[in-house]
Write a protein that binds this ligand. Structure first.
Ligand code: AMP
Length: 213
C-alpha cells in the first residue's frame, strides 16, 4: 500500500504520519526531512538547498527525485509520502515509479490553523507544546529535559498567510490529479479522533478501493 498525505502547516499532518507509520508499518518518507538531513550534513548540495528553502521556494525536482529514488531503492516496502509530490511533474514521476493507492487530505480552517501555529512552542530535544492544547507543566520549559522552550521564526500570523497561499497553489493541480484517490479528513478534531478516522479508512482500504473506482 502506498499513500500520500497532504495537509497545510499546522494541520497535524506530521503527527498523523507518525501514527500511521507505526500502526500500518509504512515507511514514512518526508522530503522536507530528507532535505533538512542533507542540510545538517553541510554538504555542497545541502548548502544550496538551505538557500532555496529559506526563500520558501521549491527545491528543483531532479534533486528531490534523486533523493527519493535513493531512499526507495533501499528496500521494497509500503510507503507514506509526506511533502511529496508538490508539483504535477513530481506526481507523474511517482506514478512511473510505483502505484499510489490512496491520498489523504487533512483539512483545517485558516482560523484554527492560525491559533494552532502561533501558540506552538518547541524544545531543542524535539518535544513540542501548545499554549492551549498541550501545555508544559512549567510555563516556558520542557517537561522532558527542562530546557527553555522557543517558537519557530516562521510560526507567525504573517508568515502563515504566505505559507498557506503557497500550499494552496501547490495543492490545487494535485487535487484534480488525484481526485479519484483523494479522501478528505476532518483535521479539526482531536488527534485521536483524526487518527481513528484514518485508521478506519486504511484498515478498510480494499473495500473502499472498490467504492471509489
Ligand atoms: P516541508 O517540511 O515538507 O514543509 O518542506 C520544507 C521545504 O523543503 C519546502 O518549503 C520546500 O522548499 C522544500 N521541499 C520539501 N519537499 C519538496 C518537494 N517535494 N519538492 C520541492 N521542494 C520541496
Amino acid at each position: 500500500m502506498n499513500i500520500i498525505i497532504f495537509g497545510p502547516p499546522g494541520s497535524g499532518k506530521g503527527t498523523q504520519a507518525e501514527l500511521i507509520e507505526k500502526e500500518f508499518n509504512l515507511r514514512h518518507i518526508s522530503t522536507g526531512d530528507l532535505i533538512r538531513n542533507e542540510i545538517s550534513k553541510e554538504s555542497k548540495l545541502g548548502k544550496e538547498m538551505k538557500e532555496i528553502i529559506a526563500k520558501g521556494e521549491l527545491v528543483p525536482s531532479e534533486i528531490i527525485s534523486r533523493m527519493l529514488v535513493e531512499k526507495l531503492s533501499t528496500e521494497k516496502i509500503n510507503n507514506l509520502f509526506d511533502g511529496f509530490p508538490r508539483t504535477l511533474m513530481q506526481a507523474k514521476f511517482l506514478d512511473v515509479v510505483l502505484n499510489i493507492d490512496l491520498v489523504l487530505n487533512i483539512e483545517v480552517s485558516k482560523e484554527l490553523l492560525e491559533e494552532r501555529i502561533t501558540k506552538r512552542w518547541y524544545c531543542s530535544c524535539g518535544a513540542s507544546y501548545h499554549e492551549i492544547y498541550k501545555k508544559p507543566k512549567k510555563k516556558g520549559f520542557c517537561d522532558i529535559c527542562g530546557k527553555k522552550l522557543f517558537q519557530r521564526e516562521d510560526d507567525t500570523k504573517e508568515t502563515l498567510k504566505n505559507r498557506l497561499e503557497i500550499y494552496e497553489s501547490q495543492l490545487k493541480p494535485l487535487r484534480d490529479y488525484y481526485k479519484m484517490k483523494m479522501i478528505k479528513i476532518n483535521g479539526e478534531q482531536e488527534i485521536e479522533k483524526v487518527f481513528s478516522d484514518i485508521k478506519f479508512l486504511l484498515s478498510n482500504f480494499e473495500k473502499l478501493k472498490n467504492q471509489i473506482n
